[in-house]
Design a protein around this ligand. Structure first.
Ligand code: RB5
Length: 143
């Protein structure tokens, strides 16, 4: 299950991502906004709570830049959110950081690239091994 959310600055990108997930029969939960102005930390919290509760495995948060969403999401224990604008970072934030939230900015990247990043984020597995030790150290910082 993928959980997705956006603020008013990224409604069109969120719609495109949802269509893309539907085409691939990937189950998703949409936590808003449907278009009304909102504060991105509220949406980040709703999306991340679905991951922490185990209802969703990964999340996608989009706003104008992706940055505000990532800052908010990373305040939540157990969340590793990465703002990505390129394929390499997206692939390696899965392989090495075990990122569980992908953040992107509708005002930063085009829809075609964003959909490619979504696919990479969903398909790429965490490598574990020495990277698990490092991710564990990130978790230790939360205490
Ligand atoms: C909203 O105007 C904008 O600040 C927000 O979408 C995001 O870019 C924040 O990081």
């Amino acid at each position: 299950m993928i959980v997705i959310g956006c603020d008013h600055a990224a409604v069109n990108l969120k719609k495109a991502i949802i269509e893309h997930l539907k085409e691939q029969n990937i189950a998703y939960l949409d936590m808003g906004t449907d278009g009304e102005a909102c504060d991105y930390p509220d949406i980040a919290e709703k999306v991340c709570n679905k991951i922490i509760s185990g209802e969703a495995e990964k999340g996608i948060l989009v706003c104008g830049t992706g940055v505000g969403m990532s800052i908010a999401a990373n305040k939540i224990k157990g969340i590793r959110a990465a703002v990505c604008n390129d394929c390499f970072s997206t692939r390696y934030t899965r392989k090495h950081n075990n990122a569980n939230v992908l953040c992107m900015g509708e005002r930063v990247i085009g829809t075609g690239l964003a959909l490619e990043l979504v696919d990479i984020f969903i398909e790429t597995e965490f490598e574990g091994g020495r990277h698990q030790r490092r991710v564990d150290k990130i978790s230790a910082l939360e205490k």
